[in-house]
Design a protein. Structure first.
Length: 148
């Protein structure tokens, strides 16, 4: 399984328009090689470098149709459900590390053998508990962002 973005390379810098300093837009993501038996996908955007216990979760989305090959810029796949990020907001919030710091942003995609029964606004902890025992495969794309 693979997750890539035409907006930045793995290990490269995320453009400002996808950050909290720009438009707070999610970047376009492309998904390839979904394993057979996948019933849904989940996506977590995590900044482990954030100065808080456990880091900062910028976006959590689940029940993404496994036929999804593209998550368009500034969109949520049809039928998918978004959870609350670490700011307590449902939806995407872009990178915004402390000034002068470079943080790593992990877009982690999970292929699951079932759909999840979580309501919109669920937390990352609830998502992780519900995914337990259902992960078939995972893939990761890492972007960097420095706030000036």
């Amino acid at each position: 399984m693979l997750i890539i973005s035409p907006s930045f390379e793995d290990g490269g810098f995320i453009p400002k328009k996808f950050s909290g300093d720009g438009g707070d837009l999610n970047p376009e993501l492309q998904i390839q090689n979904i394993p057979s038996g996948t019933k849904s996908l989940a996506l977590i955007l995590h900044d482990p470098d954030a100065p808080m216990p456990g880091g900062f979760y910028h976006w959590i989305v689940w029940n993404i149709d496994p036929r999804t090959m593209l998550i368009k810029e500034e969109s949520v796949p049809p039928g998918a459900v978004e959870g609350a990020n670490s700011a307590g907001i449902v939806g995407y919030v872009g990178p915004k590390p402390p000034p002068g710091e470079t943080h790593h942003y992990h877009f982690k995609l999970y292929a699951l053998d079932d759909e999840l029964h979580l309501v919109e606004g669920g937390t990352v902890d609830e998502l992780m508990v519900n995914m337990e025992g259902h992960i078939i495969a995972d893939a990761e794309l890492i972007g960097l962002y420095t706030r000036i």
